[in-house]
Ligand binder design. Structure first.
Ligand code: AGP
Length: 618
């Protein structure tokens, strides 16, 4: 959950400090409780680090300028071992201060290694696991005199999850890094090279990158990139081109990344559909690279994910079961591993993750593969761990999602899962090519409908502002509206720090209705009135039940649905759509409500308290 940046170049006019700080700014969403930089200069390593957000470090750098350098590393932290203090901020230096290290992940055997080093007389300046790696690297370098082999030796001793990035005072124009279970990509420049937790670290300088695999060490100079395994044997990285530019990672004129990303949702859905139909409009998933017979023979699908991604999986469950006629289970990744799941080679696991680095989901993917399952990753981040460790990947094309609370990735995940479900239905013969084509056409009409919802939300914004003091909000939905209700509640919790709960509307009378008292705000997601069974009528009855008890009913209903009007305090209209696709519309007012209410409370909607964009520890 930390941001890592490294740079080495030959242009004396391009300060390593500026490059590193620029990268850290774009990575700050990965963790923001402390930050630091280290530069390689003719006089050795110089370093500055501070607790608090990156702004505090830049203030300190203005007060205590570092000398010019063309090689350096930087880090923005999300504390795991040791609180967010100046001492615990990264980089950490080894004995003698000649080598500086930044780290993302958790070194699970650090206590043993720390005891070993302390027994050798090493003094520690911090409580972090990272400092152990710094001292080990200093000791290995003193033995081998070669930074790359020293990093290999250190990496072989570590257990857990780590991306380590190091610079040594005696080794100019060189950075060395090692990765296991934690993200690291190489940026390829002209007379310069970069390292980063993800491509945002160097997107302002290059869009050509290399993704690194598990248990690899990379050594970069301004003119070379060499990659080995932990034993020093050369291996090949996988080059890729980043399809979004630096400006996309900025706010684009919106007040917050959250607002920008909510408004990018029509493009996120449209782009996720792009390239997945052939000239005749037929669905094609060439990138899936999975044996069609294997897919024909699966007898169960298990979706594993966390948080918002899990709610996307729950929406997809209704659609995929309906289209493919095989059972779809949705499991929270952190529960999946420990419940002795029934999984075998006929199980298809779909791992949904925006970051591709959620450790709970990574570990669940590994467990599923050990049990013989095939795994397809639905992911938004190229070069990340989950797709790399899966049998196949179906990328969402939502572009960089910087705000910690997920919005456009949620819609893109649902869209990608719909496409996967339709592909499987056609492959298995439960849907004809024509039927699949019909649903794809309905899907391709959704971006315009999402845009229409976005244009009509002034009422939601007004409501959010005068509800800024509310202490509790409930969300009700049925069928695919149920995961939408839970996602709406999650958005309000994580953005506005308000207690919120999503319920299946049918569950209300089995207990939660006791929560209803006069004035209690309740959002109700109403299914399309014309869906085949009486779902709509039952939800209208639910609205009546809570309205009769004084609830403030805020109803999300299709244009023209007048049945809800007598029982609704507010009606938020969305365009008509097929019930299975309706979550792509119904969730948008809930996102905007949470964002606006949090803003009305003066809260940081892009970096809410206690959260990080990518939870890379279990
Ligand atoms: C979403 O608003 C949350 N920040 C969180 O639940 C997130 O969806 C979850 O941590 C999974 O992240 P991932 O999609 O990157 O795996």
């Amino acid at each position: 959950m930390c941001g890592i940046v490294g740079y080495t170049g030959t242009d004396p006019g391009l300060s390593a400090l500026d490059v590193v700080l620029g990268g850290l700014r774009r990575l700050e969403y990965r963790g923001y409780d402390s930050a630091g930089v280290a530069l390689q200069t003719p006089d050795g390593i110089v370093m500055l680090k501070r607790s608090g957000k990156l702004a505090r470090l830049t203030e300190a750098l203005e007060a205590e300028p570092l000398p010019a350098a063309v090689t350096g590393i930087g880090h923005t932290r999300w504390a795991t071992h040791g609180g967010p203090t100046d001492d615990n901020a990264h980089p950490h230096v080894g004995t003698g201060g000649a080598v500086a290290v930044v780290h993302n992940g958790i070194i699970e055997n650090f206590a043993t290694l720390k005891a070993e080093l302390q027994a050798d007389g090493v003094d520690f300046a911090s409580q972090t696991d990272t400092e152990v790696a710094a001292h080990l690297l200093a000791r290995e370098y003193a033995t081998t005199g070669d930074l790359s082999s020293a990093m290999c030796a250190v990496a072989r001793r570590l257990e857990g999850a780590f991306t380590l990035l190091a610079v040594h005072g005696d080794v100019p124009h060189t950075l060395v890094a090692a990765r296991r279970n934690s993200p690291l990509v190489v940026g390829l420049g002209e007379g310069a090279n970069f390292l980063g937790s993800d491509v945002a670290a160097f997107i302002a300088h290059t869009r050509d990158a290399i993704e690194l695999g598990q248990d690899q060490v990379v050594t970069i100079t301004p003119h070379s990139v060499s990659i080995t395994d932990f034993l020093g044997a050369p291996v090949q990285g996988k080059p890729f081109h980043v399809d979004w530019d630096a400006s996309a990672a900025e706010k684009g004129g919106y007040p917050t990344f959250m607002a920008k990303e909510i408004n990018e949702q029509p493009h996120a859905v449209a782009d996720t559909l792009l390239g997945r139909t052939d000239v005749a409009g037929r669905l094609t998933l060439d990138e899936l690279h999975m044996d069609e017979q294997v897919l024909r023979e699966i007898d169960k699908i298990v979706v594993i994910a966390c948080g918002t991604a899990a709610y996307a999986g729950q929406v997809a469950k209704y659609a995929i079961e309906h289209w493919c006629r095989i059972p779809v289970e949705v499991e929270l990744a952190h529960e999946f591993r420990y419940r002795d799941p029934v999984v075998d080679q006929r199980t298809l696991v779909v791992a949904i993750s925006q970051s591709g680095e959620t450790m709970d989901t990574i570990m669940a993917v590994r467990h599923a593969r050990e049990l013989g399952a095939r795994v397809i990753a639905v992911c938004n981040t190229h070069g990340s761990t989950i797709p790399r460790e899966s049998d196949a990947a179906l990328y969402t094309h939502a572009g960089p999602e910087v705000a910690v609370a997920s919005t456009k990735a949620f819609l893109a995940q649902i869209t990608a899962c719909y496409v996967l479900g339709l592909y499987l239905a056609e492959l298995r013969g439960t849907k004809s090519r024509e039927q699949v084509g019909e649903v794809m056409a309905q899907l391709q009409a959704m971006p315009d409908k999402i845009a229409k919802v976005l244009q009509g939300l002034d009422q939601v914004r007004r409501m959010a502002r005068w509800m800024a003091d509310t202490r509790s909000v409930l969300f009700l939905g049925r069928h695919v509206g149920y995961p939408v209700a839970m996602e709406g509640a999650l958005k309000l919790k994580e953005l506005a720090y308000i207690h919120a709960e999503g319920f299946a509307a049918g569950e209300l009378k089995h207990g939660p209705i006791a929560l209803i008292e006069p004035g209690q705000p309740v959002f109700v997601i109403v299914p399309p009135p014309d869906e085949p069974h009486s779902l709509h009528g039952k939800v209208v009855s639910n609205i009546q039940e809570i309205n009769a008890r004084g609830a403030r009913t805020i109803v999300i209903a299709e244009e023209g649905d007048d049945d809800v009007v007598p029982y609704a305090s507010e009606v938020i209209r969305i365009p008509a759509s097929p019930v299975l696709l309706s979550p792509l519309l119904a969730v948008v007012p809930l996102q905007v409500f949470a964002c606006e209410l949090a803003s009305a409370k003066g809260l940081d909607v892009d970096q809410p308290r206690n959260l990080a964009k990518s939870v890379t520890v279990e």
